[in-house]
Ligand binder design. Sequence first.
Ligand code: BGC
Length: 901
Amino acid sequence: MTPPPLTPAGLRCAHQVEPLGVAPDRVRLSWRLEGTGTGRAQRAYQVLVTLEEPDAAVAWDSGRVESAVTADIAYAGAPLTAGGRYRWKVRVWDETGSASGWSEPARFEVELDRTSGWHASWIGPSRIRESVTPPSGEGPVDPVARALTPAPYLRRVFAVGQPVAFARLYVTALGLYEARLNGRRVGDGFLTPGWTDYTRRLAYQTYDVTGLLNQGDNVLGAIVADGWYAGFYGFDPKRAGAHYGTAPELLAQLVLRLADGSEQRIVTDGQWESSTGAIRHADLLMGERHDLALEPAGWDVPSFDATGWRPVQVRERDATPLVADPGPPVRVTQEITPRSVATDDHGRHIVDFGQNLTGWLRVKVDGPPGTHVRIRHGEVLAPDGSLYTDNLRTARATDEFTTAGGPEVLEPRFTLHGFRYAEITGYPGEAEITARVVHSDTPAAGNFESSLPWLDQLFRIIDWGQRGNFISVPTDCPQRDERLGWLGDAQVFARTACYNRDVAAFFAKWLDDVADAQLPSGAFTDVAPRLTLTGSGAPAWGDAGVIVPWTVWSMYGDTAVLDRHFGAMTRWMDFLERANPDYLRARELGNSYNDWLTPGDDDTPPELLATSYWAHDAALMAEIADATGRPGDAAGYRALRSKIRSAFTDAFVAADGQVASGTQTAYVLGLYMNLVPDDLRAAAADHLVAAIRAAGWHLTTGFAGVGYLLPVLSSTGHTAAAYRLLEQDTMPSWRYMLDHGATTIWERWDGWTAERGFQSPWMNSFNHYTLGSVGEWLYRFLLGIDQEPGTAGFGQLLLRPHPGGSLDWARGSYRSARGPVSTGWERDRGRFTYWAELPPNVTATVRIPSSHAAEVRDAAGQPPSALADFPAARDIQEAVFQVGSGAHEFSGPALTDVQED
Ligand code: BGC
């Protein structure tokens, strides 16, 4: 029986659902296929793109293209019109040659022309602050409070004479904005326009505001705040408060298409007026203060009496490019009600949300006017039950409200706190309290469940750490005076991040920040956007400039990101080679953080760590060059890699497979980056296990080694050792964190210990995702959801589960670029069963480990197509099956447990 044709669905443009603003060179199309049956595949596709106006003209008809590719399809039609509104659809032919119907159409709109498309000027309140007092210094006046000023409110009244056919609002700020139209909030994004290096690139958002306009009088308004642009940020108090500028400004352009076809444009210019309202200050680190009696009620509707509002100051735009925001908006994605509210001896309410999260509180109150409510935020409690805030350093993370009286909602708008607990003072009555969870809205992609509840909890807290730190850029932590886009942290966690959530658009945006920050020398920086920190070139940090684009390509099949940054990556590689002509990376190590935050001494030689990352870059560059049709470059990078490998071997690998310094990280890097000669790999892996054993079955890795540790153990036949580390419950271990109340991954293995209590408050975040990079192993190894080496975009899967430890069963899924991949396994009375459900248009090699691999059977009773050595043999083999889409099950004798002791 022929199965029904495949259905293309889930259409995306530039990894976004119907983006209203996309740069022409970012238009890449993708879809997923839905369909029942096994072995389903796409043979060919046809894409049709039409310009909505003036006459639905065809902009691109790809014709029938013989290809299985469903992502990364570059638009190749007539030049895209700036501001143009396009519709597109796709149909496919399946493995039998039958055609699908056309997909539901999807839309995209092209960004405005970066020079001629903008008619707006920057506006701000008439008194632009000239200087900002830094938060240092003693004295009666609080220096921080002196640098915090009221958020400007901006408004413009305009008349519309006809019905509106459609309207778009293009808007950005130096600082943060909340746009308002006729009394309504525009869009559901927060902290817009997000963080970029505002001196290099300004992102703007586009909103469909057709439904918010009236025939007659209208008001377009905005509240702006300091944000990353002018607020306190990072940890350099000398410059805090003025990283890019001293006061926020707004740039907006409202374009209306009227019923008669004419266009009306309202832009930020001298016709706007400004005042202030309830928001007395708003700062990302310090928090907000609202005096609700000062809110000019109705300021954003036409009937408002704006007496006393002042004309704005106007400043012409400069040449800084304005780009449609390529990333996902920051949104409120969840609300959490308190688990408990306790009152301490001082009448302070301590609210526990049961989860460390990033966001803020919404408090509904009904009380007398003039009540002063103060909300402080903290991740943990001190031993006496009070809020612990020492680890926030200079971040005050305090929101304060003076009520106007009656039923009111107390909620900040331009700040962000990392917290599990809140301390509320001043509110006498019964308040309705909610925590609002805020982050870049990256849809969940991964799932994990097992027979060990603590392991499921580990999986969850890894994802919570990601949510709390993916906020316009991937930050290290969301609570203290730092919150920077550290490159090292991001590269270590990138693959886990992609499995957990769809971060394709998020990383596409941030990789522009990384490229913007790159120095003329070619050095990638320690943080991006580059702010108070000027460090560059640090091993494992700068290398993110190659590793993260490679990871995005690998996970999403996105070659656009590789082409876009190929030049920057090449400059980085040239920078390294210029500095290190003998192929040992010993110079230009910048701030060399080395294996940052190892639990004991960091004894891995910096040149070893640096050289291994360089070799890794070269290997990835060769794949990148191949994937983007640059065979000459690929050959060059392979040759470079082999020179680095020889230099590494000569300098660091002994004849018996020992790797210099003997740290776990030294072995892990040598093995993961494939720098240990092939005939010494097994010996080196044994040395690694010996080092783990010598540490009492504990890991000793810091940031640079941790993500590769379990993958290296499993790939060298030491999955049993990987499980011992995973299940270890004494410090340092993931379980130690869990057993001591972690609800997000800690920055340090010893963030809190039973013996000593809290680590030094100067660096002790309880929400830092990097050590959560073990998530990648849960997906790729434990569940076995991986792809064939060298392939990208999850078209050719490698399903290779690694059972072990005290786990009886596990199941999980990953919503890949080709659709959901679900797998699971069970060990029961000597039998091992693995099942997998695969989307159309994939092939998979399934490798089932078994002590008697030849006896493994699929659901139809068929034997394996081949037998292969389990990694590093150890008398174990794998039963190999080749399958396509659909549901599959395999079962056979389980592995005899390999003991490592
Ligand atoms: C950050 C890290 C970062 C490190 C660099 C710390 O302050 O929190 O996560 O990677 O500095 O050494």
